[in-house]
Ligand binder design. Structure first.
Ligand code: SF4
Ligand code: SF4
Length: 372
């Protein structure tokens, strides 16, 4: 019997509640950007398969393209109908969707991709993604059996989600969802929009890139006092699992300990209780007060930036890096050069329009330096 719980998707398919993200695989030197440590990474996949995890998520840009090759190779010894592969089209990396899709099948050594996504839709390119022709091409691939289900992953505002939702009968959508983003960002609104549309949700960043695995001494203490045996990360995983529209919870696991902890937590049936929810909110409030730039995402600054930078998104990345280290800036890999913080010309118009008068040019400069 499978260790990990699963949930019905559609067409009689059941997907494990836990999905294996392949963007933070162990690397040879232990440093991001280095080659994948095949033996260590393969041991994680083997453990996942053994436990009944059947959803494996990768993307064109993860590990510079090596993640797709790794996933194809690591899963090759298992029967093709015992797992599902999710892969993503990255518009910024190469807008030629035909070429990119063909390259992905070749890297994976597969003749179909089960779950295919437009990668990381954001406000500044949602119109390009809709009008470039990729959706009708991927729909054609679906008809030819090269794609089984089509969806998109999303990093934008509710307005952008409202724009893209009606253009296709999406099979699923992947969003960043965790209790921090629910309480202080727009995750609750996005979840409710998808719930209303009846679309299954794949969750990325349930532990907010590691932020919710260590909340700092004071906030950790609140959760540890209630559940001394449970890891801090397990609270975040269990919180996400309690939401009924959530289908698969992706976790980018880098070692066997994380995999085993996730398997145990996701297989537990208890939802977060009202009492536990209050503790989470209290602990999260402490994290929030320690946040470097408490930007409210009002976006008053955005229309006034001559470089059209997505300032709140970049500030959110800045906060992540300040709280947990520069390696958290991996998300910015999907942002094109002209939209990166380095494009800031330091005009200061944004600060004038910001109700909190944040020194945004200073943060853009610092963020550029952190990106190295
Ligand atoms: S200072 Fe930078 S971020 Fe702010 S409006 Fe000018 S170019 Fe945009
Ligand atoms: S105006 Fe200020 S608070 Fe509002 S989104 Fe921009 S930086 Fe954040």
């Amino acid at each position: 019997m499978s260790e990990i719980s699963d949930k019905s998707f559609k067409d009689g398919i059941r997907l494990s509640r836990l999905g294996m993200g392949n963007m933070r695989l162990p690397v040879k030197s232990g440093e991001p950007g280095e080659p994948i440590d095949y033996e260590k990474a393969k041991a994680i996949i083997d453990r996942a398969m053994e436990a009944g995890v059947n959803y494996y998520d990768t993307a064109y840009i993860y590990h510079g393209g090596e993640s797709e090759r790794f996933v194809g190779k690591a899963l090759a010894e298992y029967p093709r109908d015992s797992y599902y592969v999710a892969d993503k089209f990255n518009y910024q990396a190469n807008p030629d969707y035909r070429a990119q899709f063909a390259e992905q099948l070749e890297r994976l050594s597969m003749d179909r991709i089960d779950f295919y996504l437009l990668h990381g839709i954001q406000d500044y390119f949602v119109e390009d993604a809709i009008s470039c022709g990729c959706i009708s091409y991927f729909d054609q691939m679906k008809k030819e059996g090269k794609i089984k289900y089509l969806g998109f992953s999303f990093h934008g505002t509710p307005e952008a989600l409202k724009r893209i939702l009606p253009v296709y009968p999406w099979d699923f959508v992947q969003i960043q969802l965790n209790y921090y983003d629910w309480l202080y960002e727009n995750a609750k609104t996005l979840y409710e929009m998808l719930d209303e549309a009846g679309i299954p949700i794949m969750v990325m960043e349930p532990v907010h890139g590691g932020l919710l695995a260590d909340l700092g001494e004071q906030a950790n203490g609140i959760l540890k006092e209630a559940e001394p045996e449970q890891s801090i990360a397990s609270w975040a995983m269990r919180w996400v699992k309690s939401l009924p529209r959530v289908q698969v919870i992706l976790s980018g696991m880098s070692n066997l300990e994380q995999m085993n902890d996730n398997i145990r937590v996701i297989s537990e049936t208890e939802d977060v209780t009202e009492e536990e929810q209050k503790l989470i909110e209290k602990a999260c409030g402490i994290v929030r007060t320690n946040t470097a730039v408490p930007c409210t995402k009002c976006r008053y600054c955005v229309p006034n930036c001559p470089m059209e930078l997505d300032i709140p998104y970049l500030l959110s990345s800045y906060n992540d890096a300040k709280l947990g280290g520069a390696w958290r800036l991996g998300n910015l890999a999907s942002v094109v050069g002209e939209k990166l913080p380095s494009a800031c010309v330091g005009c200061g118009t944004c600060t004038k329009h910001c109700p909190q008068s944040f020194d945004i040019p200073k943060y853009m400069k610092e963020l550029t330096e952190m990106m190295g």
